[in-house]
Design a protein around this ligand. Structure first.
Ligand code: FES
Length: 110
């Protein structure tokens, strides 16, 4: 597991997506407004809409293209639609630094 210091939590506007490119991956990261940050791949399983541009509500992001609802915790698309996106573990340290944890197997560039 590799750890990346992504920045200070103040650099993540609440309930707005932020694009982070790292190790060949493009992630959408969201400040949930409760001191936590969620990270998912920045591509909707329907037609690759940019989830970073979606609206966040109740722990989910709504894809900006066709409004699929995706859990930011599990990555699962909510019924009646189907599919899932990859999720990534994020911790916020005591000094408010945002740390992204990624399995090295998922990185195409180190
Ligand atoms: S591309 Fe996301 S719902 Fe269609």
């Amino acid at each position: 597991m590799k750890q990346f210091n992504i920045g200070h939590i103040s650099e993540f506007p609440e309930r707005r997506g932020k694009v982070v490119k790292i190790g060949g991956l493009e992630l959408a990261m969201f400040n949930m407004g409760d001191g936590t940050i969620k990270a998912v791949e920045n591509s909707c399983p329907h037609k690759q809409g940019k989830l970073s541009e979606g609206i966040v509500c109740d722990g989910h992001v709504y894809c900006p293209l066709h409004d699929w609802k995706i859990s930011l915790t599990s990555g699962i698309v909510q019924a009646p639609d189907e599919g899932c996106v990859k999720t990534y573990n994020v911790t916020v340290e005591a000094n408010d630094r945002v740390i992204l944890h990624i399995d090295e197997a998922h990185l195409s560039v180190s």
